[in-house]
Design a protein around this ligand. Structure first.
Ligand code: 13P
Length: 290
């Protein structure tokens, strides 16, 4: 078992009407929690790391951990570059073995976003690495990115097809009303827009900002072409709250193996729910070996 790309897996998911959940990871314990849950449910796994997470652990270290667990748990594992903004950063990580990347040029004007994504695609496809790019811009806070309401804008369906054709990307992240982080009120998802994008664009679509989106909304989005659902904040909160509860009950505790385990188990409960919600259970080998 190995580190694979998302290309075939997401294409299968879109064709069959389910989605692959992508979980943001931050350290060894969160990688372990995701992969344990995926093994238990025989679900494919996308470990999503922001540039900040890759700086925190180290790219080769993350690849080594992911590859070791892939073999130990007999899982094809995807280590995905979430919200990477430069060609150089992605190329450097692909060179050492990453096989799934998101180039986020959503802050750039349309033509520049296309040029950047096309350059990343040309490099990555020669190295069997799949590429996701974003058109439109999600609001909210995600690691180093803080996008306020004035900067956020929704994906233009008329531009989506030309963006996909001119870049050659494998999956398209859409801005349809979700945001990074938890919501103060129920997100207002523009399903009509998603339907229009899905009708024009055949490649898998990606829903960012999955934390706190009502289950029915996620199901409806999957029915309209979403094949990858990104979840980060909900996992962090579950982990942190469990560790806080542990220390409240055991104020003198100091062994990380015990308090981290509490966090991991709480995170795993959320991961199990998301695997069920996405319909990913039992789909472990849907994408084949690549
Ligand atoms: P949330 O943290 O809102 O779940 O978003 C995660 C995400 O979209 C990662 O790219």
């Amino acid at each position: 078992m190995a580190i694979i790309s998302t290309k075939y897996l997401l294409a299968q998911a879109r064709k069959q009407g389910w989605a692959v959940p992508a979980f943001n990871i931050h350290n060894a314990e969160t990688i372990q929690a995701v992969l344990e849950a995926c093994r238990e449910r025989q679900s494919p796994a996308i470990l999503a790391g922001t540039p900040g997470t890759f700086r925190h652990i180290g790219c080769q270290e993350m690849l080594a951990l992911a590859a070791t667990y892939a073999t130990r748990y007999q899982l094809p594992v995807i280590l995905h570059l979430d919200h990477h903004e430069t060609f150089e950063d992605i190329a450097g990580k692909v060179d050492v073995g990453v096989r799934s990347a998101m180039i986020d040029g959503s802050h750039l004007p349309f033509e520049q976003n296309i040029q950047l994504a096309a350059r990343v695609v040309a490099y990555c496809h020669q190295r069997d690495c799949s590429v996701e790019a974003e058109l439109g811009r999600l609001g909210g806070i995600e690691d180093d990115q803080d996008v306020d309401e004035a900067q956020a804008f929704l994906t233009d369906p008329a531009q989506a097809l030309s963006f996909v054709e001119r870049t050659g990307i494998d999956s398209l992240a859409v801005a349809i009303g979700t945001a990074h982080g938890m919501y103060a009120q129920r997100p207002n998802i523009d399903f009509a827009r998603l339907q229009e994008i899905g009708a024009r664009v055949a490649i898998p679509l990606v829903l960012h900002g999955g934390s706190g989106v009502p289950d029915n909304d996620v199901r409806q989005a999957i029915g309209l072409g979403i094949a990858k659902v990104n979840v980060g904040t909900e996992l962090k909160i579950a982990f942190a709250d469990a560790v806080k509860r542990y220390f409240a009950a055991h104020p003198d505790a100091s062994d990380p193996r015990y308090y981290m385990r509490e966090g991991m188990d709480a995170m795993k409960r959320v991961i199990h729910e998301k695997i069920t919600l996405c319909g990913a259970e039992g789909r472990l080998n849907a994408g084949g070996e690549r």
